[in-house]
Design a protein around this ligand. Structure first.
Ligand code: TXA
Ligand code: MG
Length: 349
């Protein structure tokens, strides 16, 4: 009834041009916020970031403060133009050039020796910097509106140690009214953070698996990359064993049958248990109402992972049980995040 009335009324729905104009006004406004030293949450293709113009020390300070993040954890500097890589980094080995040219804009962060245009408060006092050109159109438009040779320092827009946000509403849930402006760019396409690769010294080392697979990097470079952050001279504080965690205790079960055995055990204790699998449950468990069947491919699984954990958190379960992802290279980022998410609970006893 209401819709019929609306259709027959004078109501003139906004055109695509109207939407585009509104979006541009929002982006201009956000760029002004950044220029005046305020912080703005914005979408990237990986997760939402909490952004500050790197040249505003008090804005950088505010990011650490509202995230509850230790001051020595460096922030990634986002910029928009590959031609400026040499402006932000003081040394660029040929492998870094290859990676930047091929994967940017995209979900890859390169760790390189910083130039003196990167303030020390962004890098936690280190002489290296994490650099990334994001490909989300809103992130790109925001960086361009901010101006040439400006960069946005942005950690994921969540409280320290918590799940990264993949929707604008997640940012609001994390920070309520502490952030003046949140640009809404819909649901993040990748859903997991960028892959971090260090190109310091002679070697190329994976510091964090993420949106770009190790295979893709090795195929491009035609060499194996190192995957042992602990033995690497560069400190990547985000590689903490406990991170990216939901509030509900989470346990990973090695196989589907181990998972259902654990479900029975928890239920016998009278605990409300949510189950996340990627293999359909055996017949006897089909009636179980509290399971989520995730996609069995890593791209869509990764995109849904954080949003799924957030939803389950809200439902107030006592326990989350997750079937271990396949032991394959293209599931590495998902396995990494789940292991960190379950760390506290593994090590509680
Ligand atoms: O996808 C992403 O990377 C998102 C979006 C917003 O770009 N950002 C993100 O930022 O995940 P954050 O701060 O949540 O995680 C960045 C990680 C941290 O673990 C930090 O320690 C590491 O990057 N990092 C940054 N600069 C570094 C540096 N110079 N050396 C080693 N690790 C660095
Ligand atoms: Mg983070």
């Amino acid at each position: 009834m209401f819709l019929d009335e609306l259709r027959s009324s004078e109501y003139d729905p906004p055109s695509d041009d109207d939407f585009a104009r509104t979006a541009l006004r929002q982006i201009e406004l956000a760029a002004n916020h950044l220029r005046s030293g305020q912080i703005v949450a914005f979408p990237t293709e990986t997760v939402y970031g909490l952004g500050a113009d790197i040249s505003h020390p008090q804005a950088i300070e505010k990011i650490f403060k509202i995230k509850g993040r230790p001051r020595n954890h460096p922030l990634i500097a986002h910029f928009s133009d590959l031609a400026d890589l040499e402006y932000w980094a003081s040394e660029i080995p040929s492998a870094a050039w290859s990676l930047a040219e091929y994967f940017w804009p995209g979900p890859l962060t390169l760790i390189l020796p910083k130039s003196d245009r990167i303030p020390a408060n962004v890098t936690g006092g280190q002489d290296t910097v994490g650099l990334r050109i994001p490909r989300h159109p809103v992130a790109q438009a925001l960086l361009r509106a901010l101006g040439t040779r400006r960069a946005i320092a942005a950690p994921s827009a969540n409280r320290f140690g918590h799940l990264s946000p993949t929707l604008a509403i997640h940012v609001r849930e994390e920070f309520h009214n502490e952030i003046g402006m949140i640009l809404d760019g819909g649901s993040c396409e990748v859903g997991l953070e960028s892959t971090i690769v260090s190109c310091i010294g002679e070697t190329v080392t994976l510091l964090r698996p993420g949106g770009i697979s190790v295979d893709a990097i090795e195929n491009l470079l035609k060499q194996k990359i190192l995957n042992n952050p602990l033995r690497h001279p560069v400190r990547a504080p985000g590689s903490l064993p406990a991170h990216y965690a939901p509030d509900t205790p989470l346990e990973i079960c090695a196989t589907s049958s181990a998972l259902w055995a654990r479900v029975r055990w928890f239920q016998q204790q009278g605990l409300r248990t949510a189950i996340v699998t990627h293999t359909p449950p055996p017949g006897a468990h089909q009636e179980q109402s509290d399971f989520i069947l995730m996609p069995d491919n890593p791209v869509t699984y990764g995109k849904m992972l954080y949003a799924t954990m957030r939803k389950l958190d809200r439902l107030g379960y006592d326990q989350l049980l997750i079937e271990a992802p396949p032991n394959k290279l293209d599931w590495l980022a998902i396995t990494d995040r789940l292991q960190r998410a379950s760390y506290h609970y593994l090590n509680k006893t």
